[in-house]
Design a protein. Structure first.
Lengths: 417, 417
């Protein structure tokens, strides 16, 4: 059987090829605001009202005319006539504060017409129908003015942001109960390799644990991964399994079998049923990554070493997911850190290296993982790291340099000690 | 009716009172590793084996004795006798590499006895039962040695960390299928206030949106919040609702009604059925926060202003949740940022302020929110921020200072632009 050949293309060209090969297919779904936590917002939200809708009291106390409190103190209290009580917005417009008068207001309640300040309850004493004011207050003191928080027509949340608890609270405050968010893309993941099946037959429950790694990473990215199991190194079986599933998913990943070894059938299987967008590039690790367009959907060839697999995932799969399904929203956190040692770059390649991050004296430091085989092999380069760097060819990354680090997911921010 | 009185205690004392009032009640549950994403690990994981379990090949190629390749090059290939093929661990021990011999090995497969290096497939040519070696290789070249990744007895994951995709992959690699994690605490949240019920009656669907804010925040913290609806300002009703629910939850939060206004019944309701741990402190905003022990469980009085409510949540509720249910694990990300302006601190108080974070030129900057009423009132101080700072009394926080910022949740790391 002839060896399968692939053509390595420059990384920049590959990146462009990937993004050019597929248009955006984001689909926007409507969800209840209270169920929208963690979704990516798919519309700009503009306020249709002022918030607060009228002047409100910041504390429990008495709404007064500030000029009526001039000179008031504990030793020299000023007496005002109590003309009503406002407990909530229901009481809006019920009372008026004339000269020499006061109205009790509970916090967050509307301030009656005529009043221009609040005297906090601690500085008052109520007796019969009178209030003793024991402190002078300035105009607008302890008031929140109409529109102080948000003005009508103001952009309050932008398309492309992740929806957080406080965003939900604000949307509900504005009476917005449903919003448009991006539907999570469904990604089908298949592991390929007889050796995986053999290990399974020998009682190993998850021989395809790298596929589980990928699936869980995609879950944190905001995709909906489905794990489709293991397929043997058989061209017909690989083709059949892909064609059986491609209509169900927005994207597929075939893990392992993408190198040029005698056992690698994935590449040649897929070129028979689709258009090869690229196969091979100067990314290290991740050199034998590939992408095939099948029935107009992306099917990635993800190399089988864990370092190469995850490099392919972050450098090729994630950018395409962002473009196709989230209108290019930023899906991963970024930090800028100082390198604690030189990075062992691979000449002529884009070098992908994991880094461990640490705060010290107000600065953030990145320690690149140095394993003798260039960091492509072993799981500990990921369990001991929080993010990765990508160093272009002909570029050095030396101790002391400030470098951009992409976190593997937002969960990693918890581990930067 | 007499005004309810509370006694403000110093913040440090309150913090100690809260943590001393309740012992740890963490409960550890066993979950399948593949379903453990995002849980907090409740045990140390030690490897029971070396990884890899034997020397393996890093690339597809030929296992050889490096001394047999001395002087080999493309123009001067050295011929070795092909004595077998290793495709997976199933073939472990099947072959032996004697002087002048080679065995084909696919990547990640065990290296046969006698061999001490791998020649990558690109530097070889196979003909009949012979292999032409076109490159000299060093001892251990392109091999991963037994135990290179992990040694038997090594601590690989520590108790208290959040379980990430790569941790799952490593656990499965070690044959670990189930692990102990902390059960999520169940937190019951009730909103209190006639004004909320009135707003609901007027057709506002979520008048208690601050409770939704708190519930969603707790969800991101790793708790299981249950929203119990709105209770009126009625002492008997509040008591009954708390006593009805307290046996179901690990903790309860009563939102609003914790200040000293005429309408605030929460404090006096709870002192009749439990032991007041504290009520009132020099935290600003959040002064009227409180905690009552009822049937040996914590019931927090969460003030009704959004700033005060969230200040109470982060300063008092979260630390107690961490102590009681996660054996004091760190549940929130921290960054150290440079202040872009002076913080308007409240004299004599611990000042809680939200900050907006931005990366610029490799440094992270924090802009404190300055609203005229000290940042306690409005939702935008949260929607425009990613975290908070806490400034102790008699401390200044000035432009240019490096200050510790706690992110509201790990999701915030996505928004630091």
């Amino acid at each position: 059987m002839p060896r399968y050949k692939f053509k390595a293309r420059p990384f920049e060209e590959v990146t462009k090829l990937i993004l050019d090969a597929f248009d955006s297919r984001s689909s926007k779904i409507v969800v209840p605001v209270v169920d929208s936590l963690g979704y990516v917002l798919a519309e700009d939200i503009v306020s249709d009202r002022d918030l607060p809708p009228y002047d409100i009291a910041f504390y429990d106390g008495y709404a007064v005319r500030s000029e009526d409190t001039a000179g008031a103190s504990a030793s020299n209290p000023i007496k005002l006539k109590l003309v009503g009580r406002v407990f909530s917005e229901k009481d809006h417009g019920k009372f008026k504060v004339d000269k020499g008068c006061a109205v009790y207001v509970s916090s967050n309640s509307p301030i009656p017409e005529g009043a221009n300040a609040i005297v906090r309850i601690e500085y008052t004493e109520e007796k019969d129908n009178e209030v003793l004011i024991k402190k002078e207050v300035d105009p607008e003191q302890d008031m929140i003015l109409k529109g102080d928080d948000i003005r009508k027509g103001e952009l309050i949340l932008s398309e492309g942001r992740f929806i957080r608890p406080q965003d939900i609270a604000l949307l509900l405050e504005l009476g917005i109960l449903r919003i448009r968010v991006y539907r999570k893309p469904r990604v089908g993941i298949m592991a390929i390799g007889n050796e995986l099946l053999e290990r399974m037959n020998r009682g190993i429950v998850y021989p395809d644990n790298y596929s589980v790694f990928i699936a869980k990473s995609l879950e944190l990215l905001g995709a909906e991964p489905h794990h489709l199991g293991i397929v043997s190194d058989n061209i017909d079986e690989i083709k059949a399994k892909v064609l059986d599933n491609i209509h169900i998913y927005d994207m597929m990943l075939l893990v392992a079998g993408a190198s040029i070894g005698l056992n690698d059938y994935t590449g040649r299987s897929l070129e028979e049923i689709g258009e090869v967008i690229f196969h091979g590039t100067n990314l290290s690790p991740g050199k034998v990554s590939g992408l095939v367009k099948i029935e107009n959907k992306p099917v990635f060839l993800v190399p089988g070493h864990v370092g190469s697999a995850i490099s392919c995932l972050y450098n090729f799969v994630y950018p395409l997911i962002s473009k196709m399904f989230f209108d290019s929203a930023k899906l991963l956190p970024v930090v800028y850190a100082e390198l604690t040692s030189d990075v062992d770059v691979k000449k002529g390649s884009y070098t992908f290296r994991t880094v461990a991050l640490k705060w010290k004296d107000g600065k953030i430091y990145a320690t690149p993982h140095i394993k003798k085989l260039g960091g492509s092999t072993l799981l500990t380069i990921f369990t001991e790291a929080q993010g990765y760097i990508l160093v272009p060819p002909k570029t050095e990354a030396k101790k002391g340099d400030i470098i951009k680090v992409t976190l593997f997911s937002n969960m990693e921010s918890l581990n930067i000690s």
